[in-house]
Design a protein around this ligand. Structure first.
Ligand code: GTP
Ligand code: MG
Length: 213
């Protein structure tokens, strides 16, 4: 794809990542962006990231907001939610409470943005921890998320880079469908035939017809 087309397809999408403390939010963003381990990152660069995400439909500029899991500043969180276009709600498969707490975040999104058309991806994180028993089990959580809540659902390991790209890819696709007016069609345009070529073809056709008479 040439540079000019890439630029025109670049649109901005603000993604807010929420979930209980320790579920792996910062790790997932870090894995997507730089493949670093979060424990080595200074705290002040953990909150806000810009990342160009490339997909078949063109590139998209993501603004990713990493929120802290503790709920000390609900006002600030509401403000963050109000500016978000799309949301990742994360829980850890070994932490039952972190799944139940997703209702708290869903409530906040509903209050500010409405749940109906907002792109939301629920991520079951830490699937690399094979020896832990999932609480609640995967089928139950997937059913609740996809059928009752009608959100997207994906399992991932932020630490081992399992499905991290896919989480963002699906969220971006859904967001492009929801915010159609901001993300115009990225298919290559059909070329129109230049007038000079049309005239040339018409003349040629006329000539051939005359010769055959
Ligand atoms: N095994 C495993 N550990 C993970 C995974 N993702 C994150 N962790 C670890 O879990 C711990 C917490 O991860 P963070 O990314 O800091 O969690 P957080 O959700 O950002 O937590 P807060 O910022 O406190 O809300 C770190 O030690 C990570 O290395 C994962 O997929 N698998
Ligand atoms: Mg964090």
């Amino acid at each position: 794809m040439d540079d000019r087309r890439q630029k025109t397809n670049s649109e901005k999408l603000r993604v807010v990542v929420m979930g209980s403390p320790g579920v792996g939010k910062s790790q997932m963003i870090s894995t997507l962006i730089s493949k670093q381990n979060v424990s080595g990152l200074p705290h002040n660069i953990k909150d806000y990231y810009q990342h160009t995400f490339d997909d078949k439909g063109g590139s998209i500029n993501l603004e990713i907001l990493d929120t802290e899991g503790d709920q000390c500043y609900p006002g600030l969180r509401r403000l963050t939610i109000a500016t978000g276009d799309a949301f990742i709600l994360m829980y850890a498969i070994n932490d039952r409470e972190s799944f139940h707490e997703l209702n708290y975040y869903r409530g906040m999104i509903e209050e500010r943005n409405g749940l109906g058309k907002t792109p939301i991806m629920v991520v079951a994180n830490k699937v690399d921890m094979k020896l832990v028993r999932e609480v609640p089990d995967r089928n139950t959580t997937e059913d609740i998320v996809t059928k009752d809540w009608e959100h997207m659902f994906m399992s991932a390991s932020a630490l081992d880079d399992v499905s991290v790209n896919e989480v963002f890819r699906e969220l971006v696709r859904q967001s492009k469908a929801v915010y159609k007016e901001r993300f115009p069609c990225t298919e290559p345009r059909r070329m129109t035939t230049p007038k000079s070529l049309l005239k040339h073809l018409r003349d040629k056709y006329k000539l051939r017809k005359q010769n055959s008479m």
